[in-house]
Write a new protein. Structure first.
Length: 659
């Protein structure tokens, strides 16, 4: 008979407010195998943990049930607690009576009954828990960073500066991401290129960093400490070793297409370097628009290239490397405006997105940094900025706040007043959100020093009116209809997750939320980790952020990677699948469902009567198994079990909850 101790946590009033702890404790005392019950205001506190350790020793407990918050919160903490009292950490069982009980019940009687039920379930399972042991695994001390915006750049530099090797994979021909497109940055108004370019150059020159531009992740296998990743290095059609970056080809290429970097405001050539400070500062041929690749005729770039660097025969290369940890830093897209026809975007050239406006502000942009109307090349004297386009809009856009638009719109209003003397900015807003150091002061500057007029209210329509644009909206503070004739309209577009985020998440076996932003392991306590050990998040791919927050998260991800690499070896997760040979029929349905490729066939020899026969059965690679349990469901004979969650343990829980 097991000697089980049950420890019930109040979690302040989080649990005790909706669950009658005394009643639960009394019920727990009557459960099979329970020899000790105690309660504590905060079980995770030092006092709470000491109480558990003392009770294990004094009452000779051999199994422990803690009824508290979700195991995602403190399972590791409590495993360490029981281990330090001499028990195997897997003798611990958690009954989640907070997230799954007190937080979802208002009625104390129902909450109390459910808490008792959950504890009975945990007690039944704890009685069947076996000792599990982790095994030591080696670590590949090289990190992979996916995405070369400011998040990926910062993470790569920080990891490399601790002395570890890093491969940075960027899918565009150059590093830089969105920050490279910006002009000046709030709240300090320092030039984006001036602070970004040195970091891009540092990446390219760092002896510990290998840079793969025009590249993407094709396949990811393995686990924390030992990932195997296949990278597709797309054919650039330009030999980077030979190319001197002279630019002859760019000038002569006859094929033109809208420039992505310039947000379609101007055209680029089919052979192109995205922007003047690009790293590497060498071109790539965009085969979808190149005349030679589309019609078979041209080769002008090859003819004019003095370095013989053009290589039309170049093919994609697949490179497979080992990595100990991965940082995902793939950033964001701006919201597409297909559903916002009322703002006349795409119908009138002087209605621009905020990113297009950034390019007009930028000295290396299409207008050399002058704010000029695309329609007639004149400087606009009046500009209406419309905030929250595609944000906080459940009906047509994103339900969430894009977090940066209030601040970059204030920046745009300030820069407009500097660049076009005598001009006037009108800002339509729902709320102005300025939560950040010096942000409120920056916003104040927009209307106090630079004369921007802030109008609280939505814009219902933008109409072309002669050479101008008529902006019709409402001022909700006065209730008055507002009609403004302006020279330009700038739409503060929302921040979307990358269109292919879900696809990448699938390759990495991590999750995305309903908006396709990568999900962190815990929103407060593990904002940089994913649920897959060894894969970390940095920047806007996890959710909207400005540059300071992005950089902070990237450095945090780098520290997490360095912490892994500084260990001698890693301990494996012992809750892995195991096959019971005599029950396995060898139909391998488990292999088909395993998302980690952890199951393979194995030929075994068995005695049948007097004869020795061979047959195939399933075999689990414990280093690859992540303990997801998919195989246990697929196995009809019930031959495959997840250690720590065996069929018998689960059935014991079901029996207990049905009592
Ligand atoms: P990104 O800049 O998007 O970089 C991600 C990189 O990953 C890109 O290079 C992309 O090509 C690459 N990538 C994507 N998918 C893959 C893949 N599958 N494989 C390989 N590579 C991939 N913030 C401020 O603090 N101050 C400002 O003044 C400011 N102004 C702004 C103005 C506008 C109009 C906008 C839209 C944003 C502004 N921001 C500002 C916010 C700032 O742009 C972001 O905080 C920052 O760019 C986030 O960097 P990131 O690296 O996370 O993402
Ligand atoms: Fe441009 Fe012609 Fe070279 Fe293609 S082959 S990149 S179209 S110059």
């Amino acid at each position: 008979m097991k000697r089980i101790g049950v420890f019930i946590c109040w979690c302040g009033s989080n649990i005790a407010g909706t669950v009658d702890i005394d009643k639960v404790a009394a019920a727990a005392g009557t459960m099979n195998g329970v020899v000790y019950v105690d309660q504590n205001k905060y079980t995770c506190s030092e006092i709470g943990q000491a109480m558990i350790k003392d009770a294990i020793k004094e009452y000779k407990l051999d199994r422990v049930v803690i009824a508290a918050c979700s195991p995602r919160m403190h399972e590791n903490t409590f495993r360490k607690t029981v281990e330090s009292a001499g028990l195997n950490p897997y003798y611990l069982e958690i009954a989640n009576i907070r997230e799954q009980c007190s937080w979802v019940h208002k009625d104390k009687e129902a909450g109390t009954a459910k808490a008792i039920s959950l504890i009975r379930t945990a007690v039944a399972k704890a009685a069947m828990n076996e000792a599990l042991f982790a095994v030591e695994m080696p670590i590949t001390r090289r990190a992979l960073v996916i995405g070369g915006g400011i998040a990926g750049i910062q993470a790569a530099l920080d990891i490399a500066d601790t002395g570890f090797e890093v491969d940075l994979v960027e899918r565009e021909p150059s590093l830089g991401g969105r920050m490279a497109q910006l002009d000046k940055t709030f709240p300090t108004l320092d030039c984006s290129a001036c602070i970004l370019t040195p970091k891009m150059v540092d990446v390219a020159q760092h002896e510990k960093i290998r840079l793969f531009t025009y590249a993407e992740v094709e396949k990811v296998e393995g686990y924390l400490g030992n990932f195997t990743v296949t990278i597709r290095h797309r054919a650039r059609s330009v030999d980077l070793q030979k190319c001197t970056g002279c630019g002859e080809c760019l000038a002569k290429c006859p094929a033109k297409v809208a420039s992505e970097f310039e947000e379609g405001l101007v055209q680029r050539r089919a052979i192109y370097t995205p922007f003047p400070q690009a790293v590497p500062n060498k071109p790539a041929i965009d085969r979808a628009h190149c005349r030679f690749f589309t019609t078979g005729k041209c080769k002008v770039c090859q003819k004019v290239c003095p370095a013989d660097a053009i290589d039309y025969e170049m093919e994609d290369r697949l490179l497979t490397n080992g990595y100990g940890a991965i940082v995902v830093a793939t950033g964001f897209d701006t919201h597409k405006l297909n559903d916002y026809g009322e703002y006349a975007y795409g119908k009138h050239p002087d209605v621009l997105t905020s990113l297009e406006f950034e390019r007009l502000l930028n000295a290396s942009g299409p207008t050399g940094g002058k704010i000029l109307r695309p329609s007639d090349g004149k400087a606009p004297k009046t500009v209406a900025f419309i905030q929250c386009v595609g944000s906080r809009d459940k009906a047509k856009g994103n339900s969430y706040c894009a977090k940066i638009c209030c601040m970059y719109t204030a920046k745009h209003a300030i820069l407009l007043s500097e660049k076009v003397p005598g001009s006037k900015a009108f800002v339509f807003y729902i709320d102005v959100r300025t939560a950040g150091k010096d942000y409120e002061e920056f916003y104040t500057r927009a209307y106090e020093e630079c004369g921007a007029s802030y109008i609280k209210g939505n814009v219902s329509k933008v109409f072309p009116e002669g050479e101008k644009l008529l902006v019709r909206g409402v001022d909700v503070l006065s209730g008055a209809l507002v009609e403004l004739l302006v020279d330009m309209v700038v739409l503060a577009v929302s921040v979307d997750a990358r269109a292919d985020a879900k696809e990448l998440a699938k390759k990495l076996a991590v999750t995305v939320n309903e908006h396709k932003f990568f999900t962190e392991a815990h929103p407060k306590l593990r904002p940089v980790d994913t649920q897959t050990a060894g894969i970390f998040l940095a920047g806007v791919c996890q959710g909207p952020k400005d540059i300071p927050e992005t950089v902070a998260q990237a450095s945090a991800a780098a520290v997490k990677v360095a912490a892994i690499f500084s260990k001698q070896s890693l301990l494996s997760n012992p809750t892995v699948a195991e096959v019971e040979q005599k029950l396995c029929s060898g139909d391998m349905s488990c292999m088909a469902v395993c998302p980690y490729g952890a199951i393979s066939e194995q030929v075994v020899e068995e005695r049948r009567g007097r004869e020795m026969v061979t047959r195939k059965i399933a075999r689990v690679n414990v280093a690859l198994c992540q303990g997801c349990g998919a195989c246990t469901v697929a196995c009809r004979p019930g031959a495959i079990n997840l250690k720590g969650f065996t069929n018998q343990q689960i059935l014991a829980e079901v029996d207990a909850i049905c009592l």
